[in-house]
Design a protein around this ligand. Structure first.
Ligand SMILES: Cc1cc2nc3c(=O)[nH]c(=O)nc-3n(C[C@H](O)[C@H](O)[C@H](O)COP(=O)(O)O)c2cc1C
Length: 179
């Protein structure tokens, strides 16, 4: 069976390190994993880690000179069987809901016709904020699927809803979407 390409979008939240485990599991299931990270994600994990785990080049710069005559966000968008944003910040959700595509990840998602799964992770006040909730609703209405965050210990020291969903749940949703 032809290997499926999964794009993992990693954004600048404290849960960014959890993307590493997800990538490992997906590779173990024989998916081709391609990572796109935002500039802010690099504050939390390194491109070298993602490149080593995924076994592929890590994409992060929209204006990097391409190896071949192809535009990164368009060719990445075409390759994807599925795009998973994990973890997704309040910022990326807001940008997607507004149609802003000023970085490689948002530009790729907007250029793609593949299914998009979004796994938010953030402080509970950020998550409950009416603007964040409105943005989530906007994206749901146009077909983006969410893997809801759970109640748990948050980086800010509180317990609340905003903790990234468990790895098992994320993997389950990925497999279900790809079927
Ligand atoms: C220590 C630290 C932890 C952060 N964790 C989160 C987080 O878990 N979720 C979130 O939405 N934003 C978080 N932020 C804020 C984002 O990094 C910020 O909104 C950034 O602009 C996101 O950029 P991106 O969406 O392009 O990756 C955190 C910031 C800092 C300094």
């Amino acid at each position: 069976m032809k290997q499926k390409n999964i794009i993992i979008g990693i954004t600048g939240g404290i849960a960014a390190y959890k993307a590493c485990e997800l990538i490992n599991h997906l590779r173990g299931k024989n998916y081709n994993v391609i990572c796109i990270m935002t500039r802010q994600a690099e504050e939390f994990i390194t491109p070298l880690t993602l490149e080593t785990l995924s076994g592929n080049k890590v994409y992060k710069d929209m204006f990097e000179l391409p190896d071949k005559r192809e535009i990164a966000h368009v060719s990445l968008a075409e390759k994807a069987s599925l795009i998973v944003v994990c973890p997704a910040t309040a910022n990326i959700i807001g940008k997607l809901a507004s149609g802003i595509c000023d970085d490689l990840l948002t530009a790729t998602i907007i250029s793609s016709t593949s299914p998009v799964l979004i796994a938010p992770a953030m402080n509970d006040k950020m998550y409950r904020n009416k603007i964040t909730q409105r943005n989530i609703e906007t994206l749901k209405k146009v077909g983006y699927k969410f893997i809801d965050p759970i109640r748990g210990h948050l980086a800010c020291g509180y317990v609340g809803v905003g903790h990234l969903a468990g790895l098992t749940e994320i993997l389950k949703r990925i497999e279900k979407t790809l079927k």
